[in-house]
Write a protein that binds this ligand. Structure first.
Ligand code: SAT
Ligand code: MN
Length: 595
């Protein structure tokens, strides 16, 4: 066969995988619009895609998955380092050669009757020192269409790779070979045998059995977080589960801010925020992942390695995230939302009343009396970041943007204040390392349980998290650095009646405004266990409509709860054994003094 590349490493590998998986053909993706349209047409014919109304949602498609394949599967996600200790206590470890043996067994013949697509992609602007090239082999055309939105993909990447360039090897099969004459299903997968395996030492990703989201779009969580975090440790930078936004104050002060929150905790909403405060402006650079490097001036520079948004649809509305709604009016792929009779999508929490005669996310006619939602809680839109009206013009700057502040947060119904400024870098790292959040539908499993999710990286750190904490701390030990300030935030505190106290969304601009005032040396605060918190009059005014009592509730740290938290953090830290940096234990001692 004729290859559109002379990169021998690539050709040999493609042939080797093809020999094993036995696809009926091999196709190199060029990344063009024509190619996308052809694949979309193929997916319509296969029944995977439904084309949405060209009046309601031009150039857009709806897909629904197999109901057994709806989210990331953390207990089927593996870090395969030679030594178990290097994967650490928070990851599922497997011996690399054993895992390869198991998966080679699964891949054998797994692409029969299907085309194997070769996707050259770049995470980060092409040619930037930040960027990493990956090649994904996949038997899913649905994955190809999503990858074209989520990453820079195609011929330009192959050119960049050249004749002898190396790349991150990513193999993906849905695990559903077709015998001759066997008809295909709309969403092929092998849900009982899912493996999402990472080999950080050889920079490889092997995924099998799932076609959904982060399990299958390998540039995202697998490459840009799990593999990249391990690479970043070796190379002295950071790969983080962070949104990246540009904030402009009424005085014209510009600050770039990152935000680390677990999946489905509002990163996309914050990244696209429309401030409730006069004169403030938020522009988006990224909503999920940020790669950070020290610049020559000692500041940390961030880049969003992705090219698109894979956002949670339910709960997204003109009320909660108008910019997202404007972004997804066209050229968008929707997965596991509901479908309307007039060829549009719908989900719980969208503006207006629920339309009649919906098709639910399983493709069945929706029964409103069932008590079940019409869209899956982890239904997603896939959309190009470039078509977002509020995208910052510098979002693809190869040099990145200098970060002023980093936000860490999670869903905590009590204890953690609305906002607190860490005392210094080590304290900030301590706050990140002890983050906890109530679980969401972004991963398979129970929803609403409190779990430790350090830096929102629990499912995404590709190596021992104790070493990861040490890596973060090492930035504070460098000379001549001017690091961002770290803030803990919590939009999710509830009152005695289980209602959210803080309105969130656009009103979160008040918190951002206070942070800018702190950065500019214009606001005072009150020292407490989590650091410096605002005086309530600096956050609230009469327009907010929250009573003084409730406002103080947002910052109240209960002594008994804090004592319990200190115990829980002690237990959490114990799991890291001697890989836990001593500096974090010292921070825990300081926290104890506030009980
Ligand atoms: O991992 S996914 O990309 O499927 C979504 C998420 O958990 O943020
Ligand atoms: Mn995420």
């Amino acid at each position: 066969m004729e290859y559109p590349t002379s990169n021998k490493r690539l050709i040999d590998w493609v042939e080797e995988v093809a020999k094993l998986a036995r696809p009926s053909s091999i196709y190199f993706c060029d990344g063009s619009k024509e190619e996308f349209d052809q694949l979309a047409q193929l997916l319509v014919e296969k029944g995977t895609f439904r084309k949405l109304s060209d009046v309601k949602r031009p150039n857009s498609y709806w897909a629904h998955s197999d109901p057994r394949d709806v989210a990331r599967v953390e207990d089927r996600t593996f870090i395969c380092s030679t030594e178990e200790i290097d994967a650490g206590p928070t990851n599922n470890w497997r011996d690399p050669s054993e895992m390869k043996q198991t998966m080679n067994g699964l891949y054998a013949g797994s692409m029969e009757g299907r085309t194997m697509y070769v996707i050259p992609f770049s995470m980060g602007p092409l040619g930037s020192p930040f960027s990493k090239i990956g090649i994904q082999l996949t038997d899913s055309p649905y994955v190809v269409t999503n990858m074209r939105i989520m990453a820079k993909m195609g011929t330009s990447v192959l050119e960049q790779l050249g004749d002898d360039g190396d790349f991150i090897h990513c193999i993906h099969s849905v695990g559903s070979p077709l015998a001759q004459g066997q008809s295909d299903v709309a969403w092929p997968c092998d849900p009982d045998n899912i493996y999402i395996s990472h080999f950080p030492e050889t920079r490889e990703i092997w995924s099998y059995g799932s076609g959904y989201g982060g399990n299958a779009l390998l540039g995202k969580k697998c490459l840009a977080l799990r593999i990249a975090s391990a690479t970043a440790r070796d190379e002295g930078w950071l790969a983080e589960h962070m949104l990246l936004l540009k904030l402009t104050s009424p005085k014209g002060q510009v600050h770039y801010v990152t935000g680390s929150f677990p999946s489905a905790c509002g990163k996309t909403n914050l990244a696209m925020l429309e401030p409730s405060l006069e004169g403030w402006k938020v522009e988006t650079l990224g909503d999920d992942i940020c790669w950070l490097r020290l610049g020559e001036d000692g500041r940390l520079y961030g880049v969003n390695p992705e090219a698109g948004f894979f956002g949670v649809a339910p709960g997204t509305s003109y009320e909660t995230n108008a910019n997202a709604m404007r972004t997804i009016t066209h050229d968008t792929i929707f997965t596991n939302t509901a479908l309307t009779v007039d060829g549009d999508v719908w989900w719980e929490g969208m503006d207006g009343d629920r339309p009649d005669n919906l098709t639910d996310w399983k493709g069945e006619s929706y029964d409103p009396t069932s008590g079940k939602p019409a869209s899956h809680p982890n239904a997603r839109f896939t959309v190009s970041a470039g078509q977002a009206p509020q995208i910052a013009e510098e979002w693809q700057d190869p040099a990145g943007v200098p970060i002023s502040a980093m936000l860490f947060g999670g869903r905590r119904r009590s204890l953690v204040p609305l906002v607190a400024e860490s005392r210094d870098w080590d304290h900030g790292v301590f706050l990140g390392s002890t983050m906890a959040s109530e679980t969401t539908a972004a991963a398979v499993g129970a929803v609403g349980n409190l779990r430790r999710d350090p830096f929102a990286m629990l499912p995404f750190c590709g190596y021992n998290m104790g070493d990861y904490f040490a890596h973060w701390l090492s930035f504070g030990e460098k000379e001549n650095v001017n690091l961002p300030k770290i803030y803990m935030v919590n939009w999710f505190r509830k009152d005695a009646n289980n209602r959210f106290i803080w309105p969130g969304y656009g009103e979160n601009a008040r918190v951002l405004a206070w942070i800018v005032a702190r950065l500019e040396g214009e606001a005072e605060g009150i020292e407490g266990p989590y650091g410096v918190v605002p005086k309530v009059q600096d956050i609230a005014d009469d327009n907010l409509g929250i009573s003084d009592e409730q406002l103080s509730e947002l910052f109240h740290v209960d002594g008994t709860e804090l004592a319990n938290e200190v115990d829980a953090i002690g237990g959490h830290f114990d799991t890291f054994g001697d890989r836990l940096p001593a500096k974090l234990l010292r921070q825990l001692e300081i926290l104890k003094t506030y009980i």
